[in-house]
Design a protein around this ligand. Sequence first.
Ligand SMILES: Nc1ncnc2c1ncn2[C@@H]1O[C@H](COP(=O)(O)OP(=O)(O)OP(=O)(O)O)[C@@H](O)[C@H]1O
Ligand SMILES: [Mg+2]
Length: 309
Amino acid sequence: MRQAPVLSIRALSKTIGKRTIVNRVSFDVNPGEVFGLLGPNGAGKTTIIRMIVGLMAATEGEVFINGVSVQKRFEEAIQHVGAIVENPELYKFMSGYQNLLHFADMVEGVTPERIEDVISLVRLDGRIDDLVKTYSLGMRQRLGVAQAILHRPLLLILDEPTNGLDPAGIRELRDYLRTLSQEEGIAVLVSSHLLSEMELMCDRVAIIQHGQLIDVKSVGEWGPEQTDSISVEFEVDQPETVASVLGDLGWEQPWTTVPRGFAIELTREQIAELNAGLVKRGMKVYGIKALEKRLEDRFLEITGGETVG
Ligand SMILES: Nc1ncnc2c1ncn2[C@@H]1O[C@H](COP(=O)(O)OP(=O)(O)OP(=O)(O)O)[C@@H](O)[C@H]1O
Ligand SMILES: [Mg+2]
């Protein structure tokens, strides 16, 4: 059975003055999924997020959280959401734990056990009693996430959560967002202008450009299809011999020489066939390197070359 989406956005638009900043954007985010909003600076990601959490009124369209309209029943809808839109609101002269306690006092039903659970979910166990002013940026952000999920929301929203994090910090963020989505079943909506990060963090990605939704893709779908040609480099002892092997196979693809070998476009099956042909002709094959099309190339294909990040 398909589960109902946690977040449903229907033809959401925002016009300020004469400018349309967000133009009829629709998508769904399902329980337990990490969903990315990907787009260059100024694409409208933050504006979409602000409308979802009610920080900005939508000009048109509607947002449903767990089936409840943010526009019509705000209080009821928003109780299922935890979000960090700009910076997390933290008291720097209190410890991480005191911050969580303070926040827990403002919402109902947060037990001491729950506080312990979120601390270990965001992996702050070792430092939770230290003052927040001694925390690194990554730790502050983790405390912000802990605070945002204390009340067990169904949806966690993070605007540009990787900003300022180093590669190790990004990897940690990805790992605990995964844990959150898997162990707590929380759906996560993250925004970023960096493809490489989205590819690592998300199950699905929505591409936003000039306020419009260009495409929604599962990250797995971005890889090469079995039938797609990919660029392959063969490291061999006699690159010229490839011409006669291609002749034997009856293939007509062009090939080019590269240092210590040649490059050619092949399907997956053809890589194996060509390799067998080369070996049969007595050529020594030292290496085969497939230069796969990554998300970035696919993104550029879809958006017609406008770069992000
Ligand atoms: N309150 C506002 N008044 C006028 N224009 C606005 C307002 N808020 C946003 N905009 C404009 O809307 C467009 C989208 O902005 P938004 O902040 O949503 O983009 P973004 O995708 O989050 O970009 P970034 O990656 O830089 O954070 C920008 O051109 C911005 O200048
Ligand atoms: Mg933004």
